[in-house]
Design a protein around this ligand. Structure first.
Ligand code: SAM
Length: 494
């Protein structure tokens, strides 16, 4: 119920022009901010249609709800999750469901359309049509890509192989592909819902936007590393880091928000992560010289940001909102820079990955530029030559992501590396991706990757763990077929 109340409160404030929608959502400090984003955005999108339904059924009079709450509840009942979090409101709304459904059906008949989105004005429909694919990261702590693909095929999905260009990510219902850039990432059509799926509930797959998989993938900490996730909750990137390290090493994860950290704890448990040490602590107050962090060589820093890259949060802010946003951006950038500078103080640090889901250069290139000026011992690592969108000039070593160029939410990533590490010593291999242009424009089939014998023996110890994390897909000379014992397939674990 808290979700619906919060969403209604935000819609009301936005209507009274107390702030841009995105600012209000962020300021709400709600535990599951993504779920709240989605609900608020979708309800607002259908606002006029919902109002018509509510008025013609006289719902407000009969329920004593206010209009904003009624819109949120009617939206979730008719077009969303069916009031899963509704508590006593669910029972009340169910009494009116058939009348509400009937009005919606009449509206569709009148306009000669069959889908809810066809009721929307053309300008909004364009945005809906542009929806992003559903990205699914296979959790290699619990299964393998191969097993997940097999399971999904048996579950009625059609596997089309590995994508080789961006257009291959435009998929029909039930079709799916392996991503062209990131291994362990499967791509489905936009509205594919996995929340009730076995693989999701059992932690075998993680629902994570492709751009948000970049930071851990690029940081690429070797198994056994000590690393920090500085602003970690709700923990998708931490779970990705743990998978890359195959749970070997130590992951210190900090977050200021106790509720989000509690959510993270549940998420990590489900994902089979065991190498973490969570702390409800301000990262800026963590002592880099404390003996417990003496071996920390890698840091992932994904601090609070404006969220301007989140597609649904792009609303038309008034000039007053923009002014408020400007002040907020400056405050965020200053916080982000302090976090970056603090991260670079850890004495054995080799690499730090910095990311935001913002499209503002103030929070991205400008923060990184200021940090490099203040820390001449660090430099930028050039990332993924084939990635289609770069950081703004001159920071083209960094990556940007967007709906149009990468078919993801807006995102920014920079990888900083200590100079001395890159100078005399042998440089660590950079994460590479296969060049989609170098491969023929057709879908290729899934390729198995090698696993070490150490990984094999560990996998056989844990029943739930089907196969351990695999080696990097594109490292040269590692294309041998994986010699692993035949494990129970994901499908048979259920
Ligand atoms: N990396 C996370 C993930 O992938 O699931 C998302 C992180 S979110 C963008 C930013 C997080 O930073 C929020 O959970 C917020 O509570 C936390 N945060 C903000 N200020 C912080 C601070 N000073 N120290 C630690 N965490 C902080």
């Amino acid at each position: 119920m808290a979700l619906y109340m919060k969403a209604a409160e935000i819609l009301e404030k936005a209507e009274r022009k107390q702030g841009a929608l995105k600012t209000l959502v962020y300021e709400s400090k709600f535990t599951n901010i993504k779920q709240l984003f989605a609900l608020v955005c979708e309800t607002q999108k259908y606002s006029s249609i919902l109002e018509e339904i509510i008025e013609s059924t006289k719902l407000l009079k009969q329920t004593k709800l206010n209009m904003h709450l009624a819109k949120v509840l009617v939206h979730d009942l008719l077009m969303g999750q069916g009031l899963k979090c509704g508590g006593s409101w669910k029972a009340m709304m169910m009494k009116h469901r058939s009348r509400l459904q009937a009005v919606l059906a009449r509206m569709k008949v009148k306009q000669k359309v069959s889908r809810n989105e066809d009721l929307l004005p053309a300008s909004i429909q364009q945005l809906v049509g542009d929806q992003l694919p559903r990205y699914v990261r296979v959790n290699t702590l619990k299964t393998t890509v191969e097993d997940a693909v097999d399971y999904l095929k048996r579950d009625g999905f059609s596997y089309l192989g590995k994508a080789s260009r961006l257009d291959d990510l435009t998929l029909k219902k039930r079709d799916f592909v392996m991503d062209l850039h990131l291994p362990e990432l499967l791509v489905f059509s936009p509205k594919t819902d996995f929340h009730d799926h076995f693989l999701y509930k059992a932690g075998h797959i993680i629902l994570q936007d492709k751009a948000s998989c970049l930071p851990a993938y690029l940081l690429n900490p070797p198994p056994g590393s000590h690393l920090i996730d500085a602003c970690a909750a709700p923990g998708n990137k931490s779970s990705h880091l743990a998978a890359i390290m195959n749970n070997k090493g130590r992951l210190f994860a900090f977050d200021l928000d106790a509720k989000r950290l509690a959510t993270m704890s549940t998420l990590l448990l489900r994902a089979g992560v065991t190498c973490q040490q969570l702390a409800n602590q301000d990262f800026l107050k963590v002592d880099p010289d404390s003996p417990q962090y003496k071996d920390v060589e890698y840091i992932l820093l994904d601090p609070s940001c404006s969220g301007s890259g989140m597609v649904c949060l792009r609303d038309n802010a008034s000039s007053a909102d923009q002014e408020k946003d400007h002040a907020r951006l400056a405050a965020l950038a200053s916080f982000q820079l302090r976090c970056l500078n603090h991260g670079l103080r850890f004495p054995r640090l080799k690499r730090l990955v910095y990311s935001t889901c913002s499209i503002h250069s103030q929070e991205n290139e400008e923060v990184v530029t200021a940090c490099l000026q203040q820390n001449p011992g660090f430099r930028l690592v050039p990332l993924l030559a084939q990635w289609p969108e770069r950081g703004l000039e001159p920071l083209t070593q960094c990556l940007r992501a967007s709906t149009t160029k990468t078919r993801t939410h807006g995102f920014f990533v920079a990888l900083l590396e200590k100079h001395s590490e890159a100078g005399n010593k042998k440089q660590e291999p950079l994460v590479q991706i296969s060049d989609p242009e170098a491969t023929p424009h057709r879908l290729s089939t899934c390729e198995k990757r090698p696993a070490s014998s150490e990984e094999e023996s560990e996998a056989s110890e844990t029943e739930d763990k089907l196969t351990p994390a695999e080696g990097r897909a594109d490292e040269p000379g590692k294309k041998k077929r994986r010699k692993r014992k035949k494990k129970k397939k994901a499908a048979t674990v259920e």
